[in-house]
Design a binder for this molecule. Structure first.
Ligand SMILES: *[C@@H]1O[C@H](CO)[C@@H](O)[C@H](O)[C@H]1NC(C)=O
Ligand SMILES: *[C@@H]1O[C@H](CO)[C@@H](O)[C@H](O)[C@H]1NC(C)=O
Ligand SMILES: *[C@@H]1O[C@H](CO)[C@@H](O)[C@H](O)[C@H]1NC(C)=O
Ligand SMILES: *[C@@H]1O[C@H](CO)[C@@H](O)[C@H](O)[C@H]1NC(C)=O
Ligand SMILES: *[C@@H]1O[C@H](CO)[C@@H](O)[C@H](O)[C@H]1NC(C)=O
Ligand SMILES: *[C@@H]1O[C@H](CO)[C@@H](O)[C@H](O)[C@H]1NC(C)=O
Ligand SMILES: [Zn+2]
Ligand SMILES: [Zn+2]
Length: 366
């Protein structure tokens, strides 16, 4: 009796963590209107305009707190998920504003919401309470023409994990279930090449998914690592720090492969190569940067292409791996950042546990 009941449950569980197929479009005109959503995941936050500390029962604030917690701005012990705007939320909003080079008012002003609703990488900006981006550094002027772009802002994961020195030839593989077309595979190869040009690292595709260093897959919704995807826009992808190597992309996005947005852009179109170049940065050990032009900046508006490594990205990755002997870039014009005081690798443990836990349950049920 029990046995026959558990088989379907286990099957469902295993099925629910397997890859989904993804939508790829050669260009923006080939996205069917039925796939262009009328409203996007975070657009509802716009109605929080003007919200500030002390306000009670603001419809939608609970959801907004979950958003901030997901990206690390409210720590994991925060549990006041009411619709009240408290001092912790105010402080979280200020941290967010510092990270995104905004005036740290603690209030949900127009500029802040403009950034909040943008599609973005699913990796957190604040890891175990330690902010990686601007907010973890000395205060500086916030005027639009401040010196922000002359200071390096690249960051690393806590503990500065990197691929070992002996391992400069990394392999990558695509989840066999995705059956990706050749043009998508070559797009990934191009993205890897951008990082390879500036470091001693090389990236080679292998068909052996299980033994590859970097494992790439498109998934929809909950896919077993505790960080479910959320449909069109919202979070686009996430990737784990070395030496985990898992790289997940949201199978529900309208991924565009030609990178041409000159003829307008449906609000839902996301440039695949831009997102891939960013996530490879995480796979190599880079965290998010506050430099808006950098690849490692956390958000990317839909219909935007950004695939060239900025000086900030190059300095960051070269601090971990050194330069490619053939790299002939311009002299870095940035001032290196001061050393962060990282400790622990909480994010990785946390995410690993999120992945292992459903597996254990699955095995237990078997
Ligand atoms: C977009 O892609 C479709 C399908 O491949 C193709 O028929 C069409 O010519 C392309 N349009 C442009 C503007 O490139
Ligand atoms: C958007 O709204 C239109 C009409 O209001 C509807 O026909 C269409 O199915 C909606 N699209 C989606 C993706 O929900
Ligand atoms: C988490 O945030 C709460 C406030 O919500 C604070 O009291 C607590 O000290 C924080 N915990 C850690 C570990 O930072
Ligand atoms: C920088 O901003 C100040 C005011 O914030 C302005 O007066 C000045 O002209 C700006 N300088 C440049 C070079 O844009
Ligand atoms: C580096 O590039 C500059 C200009 O792009 C060129 O003049 C120079 O010869 C190059 N050096 C090497 C070693 O390739
Ligand atoms: C967070 O980091 C601190 C040290 O900075 C460490 O003591 C603590 O264990 C970490 N918290 C978790 C939950 O890993
Ligand atoms: Zn990211
Ligand atoms: Zn994932």
């Amino acid at each position: 009796m029990k046995f026959t009941l558990f088989i379907p449950i286990t099957f469902l569980l295993l099925f629910s963590i397997s890859s989904a197929s993804a939508h790829f479009f050669p260009n923006i005109t080939s996205i069917p209107p039925s796939l262009i959503p009328n409203t996007t995941t975070w657009e509802a936050f716009n109605k929080l305009m003007g919200c500030h500390n002390g306000q009670k029962k603001v419809d939608g604030l609970t959801k907004f707190k979950k958003y901030l917690q997901y990206f690390g701005y409210l720590n994991s012990s925060y549990s006041s998920f009411s619709d009240d705007f408290d001092e912790y939320l105010e402080s979280a909003v200020k941290t967010y504003q510092l990270n995104f080079n905004l005036n740290p008012t603690g209030e949900l002003d127009e500029q802040t919401l403009k950034h909040i609703v943008r599609p973005r990488c699913g990796n957190a900006d604040v890891i175990n309470g330690t902010s990686t981006m601007n907010s973890g550094k000395q205060p500086r002027p916030y005027s639009a023409n401040s010196t922000i772009h002359t200071v390096a802002h690249y960051t690393f994961f806590p503990g500065r994990p990197r691929w070992p020195e002996s391992k400069t030839e990394l392999t990558y593989a695509f989840s066999p279930e995705n059956q990706l077309p050749e043009n998508v595979k070559s797009l990934f190869a191009r993205a890897f090449e951008r990082w390879s040009e500036v470091t001693p690292l090389t990236f080679t595709e292998t068909t052996s998914f299980n033994s590859a260093d970097l494992k790439i897959g498109f998934f929809s919704g909950d896919h077993g690592d505790g960080e479910p995807f959320d449909g069109v826009l919202g979070t686009l992808a996430h990737a784990f720090s070395p030496p985990v190597g898992r790289f997940h992309l949201d199978g529900d996005e309208n991924w565009v492969t030609d990178g041409n947005f000159n003829n307008g852009s449906p609000a839902s179109a996301v440039d695949l190569e831009s997102v891939v170049v960013h996530e490879i940065g995480h796979l190599l050990g880079l965290g998010h940067s506050s430099v808006e032009d950098s690849i490692m900046y956390p958000t990317i508006p839909s219909g935007t292409r950004k695939v060239e490594l900025a000086n900030d990205d190059i300095m960051g990755v070269q601090e971990l791996y050194g330069s490619n002997p053939n790299y002939n870039g311009s002299e870095p014009s940035l001032i290196p950042r001061e050393e962060g005081d990282w400790s622990g690798a909480h994010y990785v443990h946390c995410s690993l546990w999120g992945f292992v836990f459903p597996l254990i349950i699955g095995i237990f049920l078997l």
